[in-house]
Each structure stands twice: as C-alpha cells, then as structure tokens.
Write a protein that binds this ligand. Structure first.
Ligand code: SF4
Ligand code: SF4
Ligand code: FES
Length: 383
C-alpha cells in the first residue's frame, strides 16, 4: 500500500494503482482523453500530465503507478500551459462539419477545449481531411475529421466486445484509425454493438440513426426489454420520443457495454403498428366455438384436410379484436383449462421468455408444474 500525497492530500492505495485513479479516490479531477477506467491505460494524449516532486518531466498520470512517498501536483501554471498546448494541437487536426446540431458541445473533448479557454470554431482545422460518414455500417457514423487518435475505439472493440475491428494505420501526421484492415467495419467482423461509439470522446464515432437529432430534454435510466441479462442504459428523450440510447457507466450488470439490440433497436417503441393492448379472435370474444367458423365456410367434413391453419378463413369471426387484459387473460385461462381437462395436462406446453425476469420465469414453472401439472416447460434461450 504505497503512501503518497496528491495536492497535499495523503492517501494509501493498493500496489499498481495509477496516480489518476488515486486522485479520483480523493475527488480530484485530472483532465483526460485517452483514458477510460474500463480500458487498459494507453498514455497517448498526455492531457493528464501532472508534476511529481523530484521528476524533471511532467508525467502522464493515467500510466504512472503510485510509489511510496510520491508528492504529486495536479494543477499549476505549467500544467495548464502544457494542457492548453496539447488541446491546441489536437484542435489543429480536428474539423467539425456542423451536422451534430449542438451535440458536439457535450463531448468530452469539447468540454476540455472550452475548460482551457480555447475557441473550437476559430482554432479547428479550416477544412476536413477525410470524407464525412465514411463507413457503410448502418448504425455507426464515422467522421475521422474529429478523431484525435486516442485509441479508445481500438481498445473498446478489442477489450469490451472482443472483435478487434479497429487498428491504428500509418505513422506521424498520416496516422489514422482504420476498420477491417481498410475494408470497413462490417467486413472487419463488426457486430454493430456501438461500444466504440460509447467510448469515443469526440463524436468521431457516433450513432448514425441519431445524427442531427440534437440534445435530449431528459435522460431516463431503464432496463433493456430484449433479453434476460438485464442491461441498463439511458434513454435520451426529446419531445417525448427516444432520440438515442447512451451507456450508463453505473449500470450494475453491463457497465458501458450494450449489444446492437439494446443500443439501436428502440424504433419499435414509437412504431405505429406496435401492439399496446391485447387482441383476441372475434369468435373467442363472442363466446363461439371454432367449429362455427368452419360451419360458416362449409368445412365440417374431414378436419385433417380442412384444418383452419391450412385454409386461411375469410370469416369475420376470425378477425383480431382489441380488448382489455382482463378479458384476454380470462379467455386464455378458460382455454387452457378446457384443453387440460379434455386432452390431459401433457397436451399443453409452455415456452417462457428471456424477456421475463427470473421471478416471472419461476412463476411460469409453477403454473406449468403445479397448476396445469405438466413438465412440458422450456425457455426461448434454448431454441
Ligand atoms: S460497433 Fe462494436 S464490434 Fe463494431 S467496431 Fe464498434 S466496438 Fe467493434
Ligand atoms: S475514433 Fe474516437 S475513440 Fe477512436 S481514436 Fe478517434 S477519437 Fe479516439
Ligand atoms: S489520459 Fe493520460 S495520456 Fe491520455
């Protein structure tokens, strides 16, 4: 447990803790760009420079392990000047074409640019160096004019998603981030999870469906409805509609990570054809037997050859009718009971869902085994 001081504050930290993480424990903010607590330290942007007593050079705090007796200073005139210089250089090669509609102001890079008194409009590159929207990925927007080569996308894709799509190509001023060895993201085995977007601090990688959507009115933290993992994220709401999904680093199950469904599959929420109330067949609602539909169609002969599923009925009794939950559940329960009593419990099988909670699946197990009295129960995750 090395003992050190940061800005005069004493702290003991476990062996191997970086100065940056030790400072965070003390509530001291050191500016960063290439660092992220989920990713291995990179030490590339140098914005996190600090002074260490006895050292001639400024040190990158995200890559420097704390040692016994260290005396660290995180704010000084020299550090401010150094950080401003670094941000000026990054801005020199940065160009924003203006499509992000206010969203750019919220990026980590822009926050530090403004914090150190730089003018992002006057000090950015006058012209783009790369084509905007340069990749055909349907959900990830790529604009390398905003890339500051922080390497976070490379590490996020490799370390969080395990796909290794991104890499750093060429050297010096020609250095750039490249997907799929130049073939693009999807040919590079991208799963469109958006992890590289979530970790990008500049908007060089962004959510394509949300480009131009602006800033949200509010964030709503919620749990994904797609599967049983229970990932959490923040719905970005504007005018009552979801305009994007962003990672919530405090999500207990998944942290920053999401799959393509959770991050991009939210269009069903506002879809005009989305079912929001139960529907039942009209003959059930009117308390009629299925045979009445067959009679109406003159199909009461051989039920095997004239089965309803192989002959789409034209009867209005077969229509879907919207109803309330009480009615729909009562009809379902009655039909299950009738089937069990007439054909036996094993004529019924129950398939539960990964969308249900553990508790709901447990109750379905009880319904199958103790109410219906069958062991015919399985789960969609095994299909
Ligand atoms: S979207 Fe996911 S899989 Fe595709 S490049 Fe980004 S991190 Fe890798
Ligand atoms: S695309 Fe974003 S995350 Fe990747 S290196 Fe550039 S700025 Fe960093
Ligand atoms: S945050 Fe430490 S070098 Fe980039």
């Amino acid at each position: 447990m090395p003992h050190l001081t940061i800005n005069g504050n004493p702290i003991d930290v476990p062996e191997g803790t970086t100065i940056l993480r030790a400072a965070e424990k003390l509530g001291i903010t050191i500016p960063t760009l290439c660092d992220h607590p989920d990713l291995t330290p990179y030490g590339g942007c140098r914005l996190c420079l600090v002074e260490v007593k006895g050292s001639r050079n400024l040190s990158a705090s995200c890559a420097l392990a704390a040692t016994e007796g260290m005396e660290v200073t995180t704010e000084s005139a020299q550090l401010t000047e150094a950080r401003r210089g670094i941000l000026e250089l990054l801005l020199f090669a940065y160009h924003d074409s203006g499509y992000a509609d206010g969203q750019k102001e919220t990026t980590q890079f822009m926050r530090w640019v403004r914090h150190y008194g730089l003018d992002p409009v006057k000090q950015q590159s006058a012209n783009p160096y790369h084509p905007v929207n340069s990749d055909s990925n349907p959900v990830v927007w790529v604009d390398m004019n905003k890339c500051i080569l922080c390497n976070r996308c490379i590490r996020a894709c490799a370390e969080v998603q395990g796909r290794f799509v991104w890499e750093l190509a060429e050297r010096g001023f020609n250095s750039h981030i490249m997907a799929g060895a130049g073939a693009g993201m999807l040919p590079g085995r991208c799963e469109s999870c958006g992890a590289c977007v979530a970790y990008c601090p500049t908007g060089a990688l962004d959510n394509k469906p949300s480009i131009g959507a602006g800033l949200p009115d509010k964030l709503v933290t919620t749990t994904c409805s797609y599967c049983g993992v229970g990932c959490q994220f923040d719905l970005n709401i504007k005018d009552g509609k979801i305009i994007r999904v962003t990672s919530n680093p405090n999500a207990p199950v998944n942290g920053m990570h999401l799959c393509v469904k959770g991050r991009y599959g939210y269009d069903y929420v506002h879809h005009p054809e989305r079912l929001t109330r139960p529907k039942v067949r009209r003959y059930l609602l009117e308390g009629k037997a299925k045979s009445e539909i067959r009679e109406e169609r003159g199909e009461m002969g051989d039920t095997k050859t004239n089965h309803l599923s192989s002959h789409p009925p034209v009867s209005a009794l077969w229509d879907w009718v919207e109803t309330d939950w009480e009615t729909a559940l009562t009809i379902t329960a009655d039909k299950l009971r009738e089937t069990r009593d007439h054909y036996g419990p094993d004529s019924i099988g129950i398939l539960t869902s990964a969308k249900c909670t553990n508790e709901e699946n447990y109750l379905m197990n009880k319904l199958a085994r103790q109410v219906i009295r069958t062991n015919n129960i399985d789960h969609c995750a095994r299909l």
